[in-house]
Write a protein that binds this ligand. Structure first.
Ligand code: BES
Ligand code: MN
Ligand code: ZN
Length: 501
């Protein structure tokens, strides 16, 4: 689907449809002037007999005659004008898209000012349209033999009446489409099952994806031996019960006009399947643990956005990937391991494996003297219990950074919520035999996991995003969501705007 802004006198494409947003408190004469196919008296009857009144989202489909330049016209009831907030705009656009699909409409024409007044910005309206279409029409049918081809909705033509709005619209399309590509990548790779999306597959993807762009980005892969030589024993302990080997990928992006000297580091948890290990998970919904690599998928998706948009930044993406499985060599409750930082950890639950991988990656990040570090992980069921799928959990050791990430989430549909890392959790993680326990007991699981990580992120500004509740949808429409790719891409765009570039 393509979005095309236009100003005046545009040659219409075939199989077209014009959408009109109509408000309940709009008078019929103005509707007649706008729609230009029926007289007021006829419009009155159409509304009367189609249950239009007080029916937000109601649509009327008009097949036009030769007097009209459009093949079809849709009127949609947008309610009372002064109540038309952004959440209603989103409902209207969703409803319209489903209608386009149902009726196989290929070329849409709409006047953006039907939906914009008050202080709402054209930029975010266009971003919303792109986002909704990408979300609504995404499907992952790679492994189904019958592939349905979707041919509806080729182009959306959006009428704009001044140069300033035209530029805003163009910018929104540029940003929205670039972010969409990163999101789609993250969704696709997350949806692939673990027998295909193995640790090796994941790191190879991270390398092959950037083959064309070797000027700005170098990708280095680390095999199990390399990881061992780095003394990432906690990471390797998770992997030791699997027949598949662990891998790490470092994607080093450096633009010649980078505004930051010290790199921004993104770290992703890439557990391609989390069985829980010997502290095995119940079988109900265990299939969803193929999604335990969504953090890593998001990191690659964000890197894709950065590279393709040629952002003047220095960013390093690091993913640690392995399986959490069971064999004769598995990690066992009670075992003590030494992390790369030299701190020792007593394992009480082998299902708390994400933090074991991340702690070593966080220590590894130190050597790049980073400006900031952001880790992304499907880390705790407790975060799902706390926030559901409404928001990702955010933990940070920097108020400023926390504020900036919050700001990035303001206008987009990729929300975050700050959770606490109270000092008291320190006690929860106290071990009789090692420096730390790998779990903090029954309560405040998302916070104790973050507290565990904070021990390894002392030397830089750090954000931890727990995406366990937001990275995928369960149930009938089960699928990865690509969160928090949009959030962090927006963070980078804001960062550049702040630096006036
Ligand atoms: N990958 C899971 C977290 C998870 C669980 C994400 C359910 C989404 C849905 C993680 O490795 C895990 O198993 N965490 C445990 C930690 C516990 C043993 C302290 C959890 O949250 O149950
Ligand atoms: Mn686990
Ligand atoms: Zn896990």
């Amino acid at each position: 689907m393509k979005i095309i802004p236009y100003q005046e006198n545009f040659k219409l494409s075939k199989n077209n449809c014009r959408v009109f947003g109509i408000y309940e408190d709009e008078d019929l004469c103005s509707v007649e002037k706008k729609v230009k196919i029926y007289k007021v008296s006829v419009m009155k009857n159409i509304f009367k007999y189609s249950n239009w009144k007080e029916n937000f989202g109601k649509t009327i489909f008009l097949h036009t005659n030769f007097q009209s330049k459009y093949d079809r016209i849709i009127l949609i009831n947008c309610g009372i004008k002064k109540n038309f907030q952004n959440n209603l705009f989103i409902l209207i656009i969703k409803k319209l898209f489903l209608l386009f699909k149902e009726n196989n409409i290929q070329n849409i024409y709409m006047n953006i000012y039907d939906f914009i007044f008050n202080k709402s910005k054209i930029y975010w309206k266009i971003r919303d349209i792109i986002n909704i279409s990408q979300d609504l029409f995404y499907s992952f049918k790679e492994y189904q033999s019958k592939i349905q081809k979707i041919s509806f909705l080729k182009k959306i033509f959006i009428k704009i009446n001044n140069e300033k709005d035209f530029l805003s619209c163009k910018k929104a399309i540029l940003h929205g489409c670039a972010i969409s590509k990163g999101v789609k990548f993250a969704k696709d790779i997350s949806n692939i099952p673990s027998n295909i999306c193995t640790p090796k597959y994941l790191v190879k993807k991270s390398k092959n994806l950037f083959k064309k762009y070797t000027n700005n980005i170098q990708v280095q892969l680390f095999n199990q031996n390399d990881i061992k030589n780095l003394r990432m024993n906690a990471f390797l302990a998770v992997s030791q019960g699997s027949c598949k080997k662990a891998y790490m990928s470092r994607m080093n992006y450096c633009h010649k006009n980078a505004i930051n000297k010290n790199p921004i580091i993104l770290i992703g948890k890439g557990v391609t399947f989390d069985s829980g290990g010997l502290s095995i998970k119940p079988s109900y919904m265990m299939d969803e643990m193929k999604y335990d690599m969504c953090g890593a998928a998001a990191v690659i998706g964000i890197m894709k956005f950065i590279v393709q948009s040629d952002l003047p930044l220095r960013v390093i993406g690091i993913i640690g990937t392995c399986e959490n499985m069971i064999n004769g060599n598995s990690l066992k409750p009670g075992d003590i391991i030494q992390t790369m930082s030299k701190k020792t950890v007593e394992i009480l639950n082998t299902d708390a494996e994400g933090r074991l991988i991340l702690c070593d990656l966080l220590t590894y990040a130190e050597k790049f003297d980073p400006m900031i570090v952001i880790d992304i992980a499907t880390l705790t069921g407790s975060c799902v219990a706390t926030l559901g799928n409404a928001a990702s959990g955010l933990f940070s050791n920097s108020k400023i950074l926390e504020k900036e990430i919050k700001k990035a989430s303001k206008n987009i549909h990729d929300k975050i919520w700050s959770l606490p890392n109270f000092k008291i959790y320190k006690k929860y993680l106290k071990s009789n035999f090692a420096d730390l326990l790998n779990i903090g007991g029954k309560y405040a699981g998302a916070s104790t996991a973050a507290y565990f990580l904070s021990y390894f992120a002392k030397k830089y500004k750090w954000v931890h995003l727990d995406i366990a509740g937001t990275a995928w949808r369960t149930g009938k429409n089960k699928s990865a969501t690509g969160q928090p790719v949009t959030l962090l891409c927006q963070y980078f765009l804001n960062l550049l705007k702040k630096n006036k570039l």
